[in-house]
Design a protein around this ligand. Structure first.
Ligand code: PMV
Length: 361
């Protein structure tokens, strides 16, 4: 229940100053979250691989607030330069979480943030960015309340991150995180992501994700609007059922390591996500011609070679190419020879499944 996350404090508790730094990863969904109700409650279960190389590093410096104003007192620095563009998103995040971390009204903050991936690469930084900030707030809470256990800390970090950006709920731990209630996933719920505690075959803990940067431009339709368009969407209910069924299939696959079935579920999910966009009112397409070219080449290569290489998509034109470690050499050679020419400026990022956020300082 939400009220379990409310932290009560006395004004004496917020006299301290300090600084905390977290590095938090991005994640790639295998079962896609698309459709929500307020406040960021998902309409279906989703599950993701936590990534490793794509991450956000955020330092929060805090000290007692000097002004007597009721508003939030913070400055944001992106890549060491003060940044006004991030302010509204952080202001909105603070408004959503203040009920649970009321001390944020008593401090003034300097937030320094940077991403490991190139700026405006078309890679969503909201999952890694919001989870990093949520973790920093949790470290401040822990400095006030040292008794907080690790599992309480992670749960609440994910709960807060979710209020910033839904998919950020899945960026605290790794290697596989579930968010959204599912009858067969222990402790799964809509309020925060949980590390998947079922059996995971070794093949998945060293999986690779090469992210092909097909289009780095600003998206024409934001995910906020995309989620909204699922309310009243003619295929919504069957889509939410499909996600639930795919999760049931994936539970068995994660255990037995059966890669043909894995590919079937993952690609089906990616195409269903985009099918929802193409059948919304208004309809829209986020894939580009090169997205389709890459998909077709992956299918051809897989058919001819038998290697277990597949794709998934986010809410954008970029393609995530997934493959097991045993197929790495062949996959990398294929990607460089046949796919990179369809990326904007030949750009791609090699990533692997990771184990979650790290406290750096
Ligand atoms: O977290 P949001 O609101 O940006 O939504 C992200 C949705 C997808 O990336 C398309 C799917 C997912 O589950 O991550």
């Amino acid at each position: 229940m939400e009220k379990n996350f409310i932290f009560n404090l006395s004004s004496e508790d917020t006299k301290a100053s300090g600084s905390v730094t977290w590095q938090s990863p991005s994640n790639i969904a295998l079962i896609k979250y698309w459709g929500k109700t307020d406040p960021q409650i998902p309409k279906n279960v989703s599950v993701s691989f936590t990534l490793s190389n794509c991450n956000t590093q955020t330092t929060v410096r805090y000290s007692p607030k000097m002004s007597s104003s009721d508003g939030f007192d913070f400055k944001v620095f992106f890549d060491e330069k003060e940044n006004q563009n991030f302010r509204p998103k952080i202001e909105q995040f603070f408004e959503r979480v203040v009920e649970y971390v009321p001390f944020i009204r008593n401090f003034q903050f300097e937030i320094h943030t940077e991403n490991s991936f190139p700026h405006s690469s078309g890679i969503a930084s909201s999952a890694s960015g919001m989870s990093a900030l949520a973790l920093c707030l949790m470290s401040i809470q822990k400095s006030i309340d040292p008794q907080l256990s690790e599992s309480e800390f992670n749960q609440k970090a994910s709960f807060l991150a979710r209020l910033g950006s839904g998919s950020a709920a899945r960026s605290i731990e790794g290697p596989v995180v579930v968010w959204g209630q599912h009858p067969s996933v222990y402790k799964s719920n809509d309020l925060y992501g949980t590390k998947y505690s079922g059996e995971i075959h070794d093949v998945f803990t060293s999986f690779h994700d090469t992210i092909l940067l097909v289009d780095k431009g600003e998206k024409k339709v934001s995910s906020t609007l995309g989620h909204k368009l699922m309310l009243g969407h003619p295929f919504a209910e069957s889509r939410f059922e499909q996600a639930k069924d795919n999760m049931s299939r994936l539970i068995a696959i994660l255990k037995n390591g059966e890669l043909d079935s894995f590919i079937d579920v993952v690609e089906r999910e990616a195409l269903s996500l985009h099918a929802m966009m193409m059948t919304s009112d208004p309809y829209f397409i986020l894939m580009k011609p090169n997205t389709l070219e890459i998909i077709n080449r992956i299918w051809n290569f897989r058919k001819l070679s038998g290697f277990h290489i597949c794709f998934t998509l986010d809410a954008g034109a970029n393609v995530h190419v997934l493959y097991p470690d045993k197929d790495k050499n062949a996959a990398v050679e294929f990607i460089k020879k046949e796919l990179v020419s369809f990326c904007q400026n030949g750009q791609f990022i090699e990533d692997t499944v990771g184990n979650g956020a790290k406290l750096l300082h």
